[in-house]
Design a protein. Sequence first.
Length: 242
Amino acid sequence: GGLTPAGSYANPQACLTRGALGPVPETTALAPDTRRGVLLAAAGDGVCYGWDVGEGRAAPIMRLQGHADALHCVTARIGCGQAVTGSEDGTARIWDCRAETCTQVIDVWRAKEAGAGASAGAWVGCVALDKDENWLAMGCGGRCITTWSFAAGACVSRVATAAAPQALVLAGEHLVAAGAEAAVYRWNLSGQVVSRQPCTPRSVFALGMQPHGRGLTAVAGAGACVDLFSELGSRVCKVTCA
């Protein structure tokens, strides 16, 4: 039989003139805050909504507002009660989830803090934290990846990419990234290329890292194949979805 959803949530509709409602904003990315029991939902109206998955309320318990355009990605910095969002407006924002306020605006293309307004750079399509939540990586549609140090409170490196990055993973001392080309890259945190491996998907949309054991990385995207790479960056096998 089919699976029964444990909960269902709909992003709020904007109120228009004469009582009309706007369309339901699309959900572009999700991130769980397991400590608070909140599901973060990045939306097409530029707002990140927080849903209480424990009580299953019909309305969001949190709204992170401030971006000037649609959101593409979100991740939760659980240990500090923070969230990070990336937007079409060219910025990534770090949020205090308890206060529902933005604490930092990052111009990812220029690799520096930005003012309250939108960046003139390209869209921010992916964000990722390392296991200890000390480092943040942000992928920009202008074909670059910028890393941010929470300890320093600043951007520490910016690396150019051959194509727009669409998926990121921070694993130990390495940044693993892929995007709109058939290749998976590894950099160290200083921005030096460690490896480049061709992959089957012509455009990569997702990277999955095995947390324990052999340290395999799954690569998926356009097409019906999933590649598995070893911790050293070599391809182990290819799985074809029937």
